[in-house]
Design a protein around this ligand. Structure first.
Ligand code: HEM
Length: 263
């Protein structure tokens, strides 16, 4: 299958056909994509869709390859659990055959285009992108599984809210969701490097000289959010203490039940 992002595109998959960008015969797609000057954004077209199904899957083939830790183009592609890239080689991963193709390309044997099809200067930081993506998906799957388990048990007449381990897990689920959120953001933002707009403008071309105001913004955000975090912890701890002491002026459906079964 022709790939639009390969260093030497096939005639069936010319630069202009794949990206919607007019290219002169002397301007290869790869070289034009590495140009440092901004150009008009690629417009989706039938040829775009037929040339690169996976490009439409993630919007960025290098990011997809990094998510999947696809160093080479394997057909079918496995789903890689864990693992890191060391000197261009994948190590320590657990590979589940076919699943990479199935999830990323909606087909059991369509290959996920590997990083070997992409010029090295267009690779994102692969390990950080891959691990952040897997952290997000791992936590998301774990949380969803906990919900399913809860309801299945409930239908069988067992209430997991009576189990200490489940309550502990529920307490940890909040921070886990925040970690998943940050990991999702890292996967997206690191995965699209070195582009700020994929195939249109590089991040280095978009950077301005705002160092001073950035430090101010970071400082103010840190102070505000630290204050809010400390405030939330103080309020929650004080509510917990008053409930424990049996304060009666705290009616709330969320309070722990009293010995009489009231809240
Ligand atoms: C099975 C579970 C999950 C799957 C399959 C999944 C999949 C994805 C995918 C495909 C992307 C877009 C990546 C890209 O193209 O750049 C993404 C981004 C993201 N995900 Fe997840 N995700 C899952 C769970 C979660 C959870 C539990 C959270 C947070 C609680 C989360 C937060 C995010 C965030 C914040 C982004 C970045 C959005 C952006 O900046 O545009 N994800 N996720």
């Amino acid at each position: 299958m022709p790939t639009c992002w390969s260093a030497s595109p096939s005639p069936a998959c010319t630069p202009s056909a794949c990206s919607g960008v007019a290219a002169t015969p002397t301007t290869g797609w790869a070289s034009s994509s590495r140009s440092s000057s901004p150009r008009s954004p690629p417009s989706p077209s039938p040829s775009w869709a037929t040339c690169s199904a996976s490009a439409s899957t993630s919007g960025s083939p290098p990011r997809l390859a990094a998510f999947e830790l696809a160093d080479t183009t394997e057909s079918p592609s496995p789903l890689r659990l864990g693992g890191i890239m060391v000197d261009g080689e994948v190590k320590y991963s657990i590979d589940i055959p076919y699943l990479g193709s199935l999830i990323a390309m909606n087909s059991p044997d369509k290959p996920v285009p590997g990083l070997d099809t992409i010029p090295e200067e267009d690779h994102p930081p692969v390990n950080m992108t891959h691990l952040a993506f897997q952290t997000m998906v791992g936590i998301g799957t774990l949380l969803a599984a906990a919900v399913v388990l809860f309801w299945v048990q409930r239908r069988r007449g067992r209430d997991l809210l009576e189990k200490r381990w489940f309550l502990r897990f529920a307490a940890v689920a909040g921070p886990l969701a925040v970690i998943a959120l940050e990991a999702g953001w890292i996967a997206t933002e690191v995965g699209r490097q070195p582009w700020i707009v994929y195939d249109v403008m590089r991040t280095t071309d978009a950077v301005g000289d705002y160092t001073a105001s950035l430090w101010w913004l970071l400082g103010i955000s840190t102070v505000v959010y630290t204050g809010m975090t400390v405030g939330a912890v103080v309020v929650l701890r004080s509510m917990a203490r008053r409930w424990r002491e049996g304060a009666v002026d705290l009616p709330s459906p969320y309070a722990p039940a009293t010995a009489e079964g009231q809240r």
